[in-house]
Ligand binder design. Structure first.
Ligand code: VGL
Ligand code: ZN
Length: 199
């Protein structure tokens, strides 16, 4: 069994002071660094949007952040502008030990489709390349940590389970946005999909 640690979106934008700050987002960094040495492979993901990204409320006249809209690929929450390519908001948290990562998977680069999952864009079909990388490395067991529990960690874990990986989410090393109960819904959905959620 080869195990990989998938570190989701531990970027300034999702930490206090960031454009889409997750409460306590920075608190996960020391524990994630400490965990890296336990895994054969460490992969980081990075939300990496162009400024004209369709998930930004600013690109939808008359809409506000956190409104829900219907996109050709399904429902989409509109977000504040965040993690724009090359900005400080998109950079990894300065204390994250990013040097230890084998690879960085960037996502959300297509202006027309958001990408919560580390594996597929929100059309659930366009791959990011992560599955091919993990298969080539022989990784079958994935531990997921990072931000945010109810969006990118949730979608990544569900796709990983669907792809046949054994998935554990270290809840203590995640934090949630929690929009209208999205944390509880995500946790229920992950458990129903056979994902192990630690206490
Ligand atoms: C995320 C909302 C928008 C996340 C990314 O990393 O959970 N959430 N973009
Ligand atoms: Zn995003």
């Amino acid at each position: 069994m080869t195990a990989a640690l998938i570190v989701i979106d531990v970027q300034n934008g999702f930490c206090p002071g960031g454009n889409l700050a997750v409460p306590g987002g920075d608190a996960v960094v020391p524990g994630i660094n400490a965990l890296m040495g336990d895994f054969a492979h460490v992969v980081l993901t990075q939300d990496w949007h162009p400024a004209d990204h369709s998930s930004f409320a600013s690109n939808h006249p008359g809409r506000a952040p956190y409104d829900a809209v219907e996109m050709p690929y399904g429902p989409q929450v509109l977000w504040p502008d965040h993690c724009i390519q090359g900005t400080d908001d998109a950079a990894f948290h300065a204390e994250l030990d990013s040097d230890r990562a084998r690879a960085v998977i960037r996502k959300g680069m297509n202006p027309a489709i958001d990408s919560y999952s580390a594996f597929f864009e929100n059309d659930r079909a366009t791959p990011t390349g992560l599955d091919g990388l993990l298969r080539a490395l022989g990784a079958t067991e994935l531990t997921m940590v990072g931000l945010a529990l109810d969006f990118c960690v949730n979608f990544s874990a569900l796709d990983a389970a669907r792809l046949g990986y054994a998935v554990t989410v270290r809840r203590d090393l995640t934090r949630a946005i929690d929009l209208d109960g999205s944390r509880a819904a995500a946790e229920d959905g992950m458990r129903a999909a056979g994902i192990t959620l630690t206490e």
